[in-house]
Design a binder for this molecule. Sequence first.
Ligand SMILES: *[C@@H]1O[C@H](CO)[C@@H](O)[C@H](O)[C@H]1NC(C)=O
Ligand SMILES: *[C@@H]1O[C@H](CO)[C@@H](O)[C@H](O)[C@H]1NC(C)=O
Length: 210
Amino acid sequence: MSKITEKSPKHCANKQAVNLHKFSKKIYIYLTTLILSILSLIFLVWLILHPTKPNFSLTQADINQLNLSGQSLLNSSIQLTLQSNNPNKKVSIYYDEFLIYASYKGQKITPETAIPAFYQDHEETNTLSASLVGKEQPVGPSFADGVQRDQRTGKLALSFKVMGKLRWKVGTWVSGRYRFVVNCMTVMPFGPIPSPPLSSTQGSHCSTTI
Ligand SMILES: *[C@@H]1O[C@H](CO)[C@@H](O)[C@H](O)[C@H]1NC(C)=O
Ligand SMILES: *[C@@H]1O[C@H](CO)[C@@H](O)[C@H](O)[C@H]1NC(C)=O
């Protein structure tokens, strides 16, 4: 008797455990399949739409002030116009962050200026303008030498760098944030003193990396 009473609850419990195990295994398989199919669907949509990087070009850059005091503090004022184009047919872009600064021979010469966040529809082109103003921005000793050399050569090359964050939008789905970097370069004629204002009006293409 004692053997039976001992055995049966154990057996029952085992059976239940097996059932439960089977049940949770089914749920597990079901959920895994569901998640995998959703993921592959998202991946497929992503592959089909495959967003292309936006294109940027520099339309105009004007240096209105470029004054150096004490060989190391620069006052500058640069006005620039950029064109931004979204080449995608189905994907639009939210630009959440857009910071731009000017550099000269690898040296940052203005502080970062923010262009307000904007939305770009598919195949849309936007014109962006920024005013980069540096007040006593510290520059390295090579700056003054470089400017003098460029002045003798009659050409000045200026770079602009954009650092930003964007989100892709496909239908109603919006992606996470991606960092992007844009590098632009322009060459402008640089006459003898008094030099500024200088300007470049030939459009130059910028490179974009995401
Ligand atoms: C600064 O730049 C302005 C405009 O180019 C010029 O008129 C002025 O003389 C410059 N000042 C100094 C101190 O170089
Ligand atoms: C640069 O700007 C500061 C503040 O506006 C001014 O005090 C200084 O004289 C300027 N320097 C030059 C070289 O223009």
